[in-house]
Write a protein that binds this ligand. Structure first.
Ligand code: HEC
Ligand code: HEC
Ligand code: HEC
Length: 418
């Protein structure tokens, strides 16, 4: 994808304010040819990863029907191709903007926040217009998603009005003039279109993201096979020691652009985020996202105490037998083909909730599709070889060795991931 549009936004902070805040939007849009607007809309749809959520397995892109398992029941994404009966063919640009930014349908119904409008509300008018132009340019496809299967009272859309009063603030992105243009561009992408917080911020019992603990790690459920849903945890994306502290900006940018860096590789739900979205963004944009994330103040999570010395000793022995050949006794991993990811200072290893760490130990990595070019030998899962208490001891060891600060993992937490 060309860097033309993103590059245009790398202006000075002052110019950015003028551009985002007071530029006459209609004039800006009119000056751009329809084709250029559509191309930009395509880029923005990629940055927002609309396809990952609006495409069911085997279905045409943007036609919806993908199921979301929530604590309140199952919800389906909708058809956003311009079909007049089942898609957004009859919608005006204003109606589309209201859905994207306020979570309201043309008929006044509220939308569920599984659709990340709490993040998309930050989009500029210009970007919403370009997204709409792009979706309208797609071939209309007739397809209606199955009806939601949500429990009462969550199946009542009007209750979402109350949810919004409590937890949703409509509003645009406001640049921070004290920060660089790059930081602001990164903030716009991470907090807005990229909706990283949808998975990386903890949520309360009603599914609202916690603003105090923003980006400090959350949870996510993903379908791994027909009928099987696995829960995952997300690491802390602030610069805290249990987060991105040990990853330089360049490595974070490389991870988003290529799915790997000096330290690690994507192996779970990040596969889709990277393969469908961030790897298609310009180098300048992924660098801006990394710059913004690395500038977030430490948001430390409460860490449970370390396991007792016997458990840690047992964990270390298991590590030396099963893992140390590839990850090395130092936990540093390395570049050799027989080596593996760096576990010292690793965000996933230290994440407050150990679900994703347990997943890779039990099942091995879930490879992206298409897989990344070969680098390391495949890590196999240890689910057959290790009992739950052994996995817990091993994980507890990883989370306290080499300066890591994750705390103990219990046998119950391992059993939950089986
Ligand atoms: C994390 C998953 C997710 C992502 C990413 C996502 N959507 Fe959605 N979207 C949904 C779900 C789920 C619904 C249905 C919500 C409901 O029924 O209340 C939805 C609904 C919508 C609707 C309302 C449609 C209707 O018929 O009422 C529009 C418009 C929409 N999405 C557009 C987009 C666009 C444009 C993007 C990319 C910029 C996008 N979505 C990205 C999950 C997602
Ligand atoms: C659909 C949920 C989801 C979304 C959206 C998401 N992430 Fe993640 N992220 C995860 C999960 C789960 C993991 C841990 C396992 C993995 O590799 O998938 C993770 C891991 C990471 C890691 C650490 C990798 C490692 O190996 O230590 C980084 C960095 C990251 N995500 C950045 C981002 C950024 C930046 C965004 C926004 C563009 C984002 N994520 C959006 C679910 C998500
Ligand atoms: C054959 C070499 C090999 C062995 C043995 C091995 N691993 Fe791995 N490990 C890897 C490779 C390669 C990766 C990167 C995989 C990927 O993300 O696709 C990895 C990734 C990981 C990660 C994810 C790191 C991240 O941020 O993405 C963790 C955690 C991990 N291994 C723990 C372990 C543990 C614990 C054991 C022992 C029970 C073990 N590994 C055994 C090679 C190995």
């Amino acid at each position: 994808m060309s860097c033309r549009f993103p590059a245009r936004r790398i202006l000075t902070a002052t110019a950015l304010v003028v551009f985002l805040g007071t530029a006459p939007v209609a004039a800006v849009v009119a000056a751009e040819s329809a084709a250029a607007t559509m191309e930009r809309g395509h880029y923005l749809a990629t940055a927002g990863n609309c396809t990952s959520c609006h495409t069911r397995e085997g279905g045409q892109p943007f036609t919806g029907g993908l199921a979301f398992a929530t604590p309140f029941g199952t919800l389906y994404s909708t058809n956003i191709t311009p079909d007049v009966d089942t898609g957004i063919g009859k919608w005006s640009e204003q109606e589309f903007a209201r859905a994207i930014r306020a979570g309201v349908r043309p008929n006044g119904e509220h939308l569920y926040p599984a659709f990340p409008y709490p993040a998309f509300t930050k989009l500029t008018d210009e970007d919403v217009a370009a997204l709409f132009a792009y979706l309208k340019s797609l071939a209309p496809v007739k397809y209606a998603a199955p009806a939601n299967e949500l429990r009462f009272p969550f199946n009542q859309r009007w209750t979402l009005g109350m949810w919004k009063m409590l937890y949703f603030l409509e509003g645009r992105f406001t640049p921070d003039v004290a920060r660089s243009a790059e930081w602001n561009r990164g903030a716009y992408l991470v907090e807005g279109l990229g909706h990283c917080g949808a998975c990386h911020s903890p949520r309360n019992f009603l599914g609202a993201e916690s603003s105090d603990l923003a980006m400090s790690g959350g949870e996510y459920s993903d379908k791994v096979a027909e009928g099987t849903v696995r829960s995952w945890s997300t690491p802390n994306l602030t610069a805290a020691p249990d987060g991105l502290h040990s990853w330089p900006v360049e490595d974070l940018a490389a991870y988003l652009k290529t799915g790997r860096n000096t330290f690690a590789e994507t192996y779970g739900p990040m596969n889709e985020v990277i393969m469908n979205s961030t790897r298609h963004l310009s180098d300048a944009d992924v660098h801006a996202m990394a710059t913004y994330l690395k500038g977030l103040p430490d948001n430390k999570v409460k860490v449970p105490a370390n396991a007792n010395a016997d458990v840690l000793q047992a964990g270390e022995t298991l590590y030396n037998v099963h893992c140390g050949t590839c990850h090395l006794p130092t936990g540093l991993g390395g570049d050799a083909e027989s080596s593996g990811a760096r576990l010292a200072g690793n965000p996933v290893v230290q994440a407050g909730n150990p679900a994703s760490l347990i997943n890779i130990i039990l099942y091995g990595p879930q490879l992206p599709n298409p897989p990344l070019p070969k680098r390391w030998k495949l890590m196999e899962g240890f689910g057959d070889k290790l009992a739950d208490d052994e996995v817990a001891a091993l994980a507890s060891f990883l989370r306290s060795a080499w300066g890591n600060v994750g705390g103990a993992v219990s046998t119950d937490q391992v059993a939950k991931q089986r």
